[in-house]
Design a protein around this ligand. Structure first.
Ligand SMILES: [Cu+2]
Length: 299
């Protein structure tokens, strides 16, 4: 029991170590592709601190059925739900930033859309599994597997893929083929949903995790999930091929191909040694799209 407590005291916050940088990426990308200041910079910043802090008080939600008083279970359940409140502050701020923006649909933004949809799906099912009575039914089933992957793959991985496509021109000085990138974003989103949505149904129907054998009536959903995994793999391979091809054959990237106000785009792609030639000007802020002086998508 002590080992379980120690394990989850570390391992629950460990998930946030992965998702918090992904949330940072999303906060950055929505501003660039909506050409808008963040709806509330402070809401995004303070909710990150909230998630990081509360993340250390929720580990018991992995142990509802390990022998725990009902008071402890209730407290861990309620504290876990606090994470959803901070996450919702973020989601509303991102959507509020996109609202009314001059939205440029690109590969990184498609990955952000996938993130928003799948992260909200993962977050809502997270509130559900933090409910002790429901968790007794779902514990150690595919439901939890699907919830976890919504956060770690549907959330974290899609944001990191968005980051990779977004900063690729800056890092390498090359452009990838936008249509290929968008196709990979579509395949990854579709494949992800097809893989894990059936697993929610399987888990709720009683399919335990880590079993290789199961009753025949689970077969169709398992086949659907496996098919989805192949589509997801195809999407990831296409992303890899798109960037690999761009690295060798891609067109030269300008300094600021997205027309972003952030500072890293005010130097050449890829940046010279020590990042800037001479003293750069930072008169326009990193998110300052209101003054209309943001360097355009030109060289
Ligand atoms: Cu946890």
């Amino acid at each position: 029991m002590l080992f379980q407590h120690l394990f989850w005291f570390y391992s629950h916050p460990a998930v946030y170590i992965m998702i918090l940088p992904a949330m940072g990426v999303v906060s950055e990308l929505v501003c660039t592709f909506a050409r808008k200041n963040p709806a509330s910079y402070k809401a995004i910043a303070y909710s990150s601190l909230g998630i990081a802090f509360v993340g250390f008080l929720t580990w018991g939600h992995h142990m509802f059925v390990a022998g725990m008083s009902s008071f402890d279970a209730g407290a861990f359940g309620a504290l876990s739900m606090l994470v959803a409140i901070f996450s919702a502050i973020k989601v509303f701020t991102w959507v509020g930033t996109l609202r009314g923006g001059a939205i440029a649909v690109t590969t990184p933004l498609l990955f952000v859309f996938a993130f928003l949809f799948l992260f909200v799906f993962g977050g809502m099912t997270g509130v559900a599994v933090a409910t002790t009575s429901l968790d007794v039914h779902w514990h150690d089933t595919y439901f939890v597997v699907a919830h976890f992957h919504c956060i770690m793959v549907g959330g974290t991985l899609t944001a990191f893929l968005g980051a990779l496509f977004y900063w690729f021109p800056k890092m390498t000085g090359r452009r990838y083929v936008e249509r290929w990138g968008m196709a990979s974003a579509g395949l990854v989103s579709l494949g992800f949903f097809a893989t894990f949505f059936p697993q929610f149904l399987l888990g709720n129907g009683g399919m335990p995790r880590r079993y290789y054998d199961y009753p025949a009536h689970f077969q169709a959903l398992h086949v659907a999930s496996t098919t989805g995994a192949f589509v997801l793999a195809a999407g990831l391979l296409l992303a890899l091929a798109t960037l690999g091809f761009a690295l060798v054959r891609g067109e030269r990237a300008s300094a600021n191909p997205w027309g972003s106000a952030s500072f890293e785009w005010r130097t050449a792609s890829p940046p010279p040694k020590h990042n800037f030639e001479g003293q750069p000007s930072f008169d326009v802020g990193a998110y300052d799209y209101t003054r209309g002086e943001v360097p355009d998508a030109a060289e």
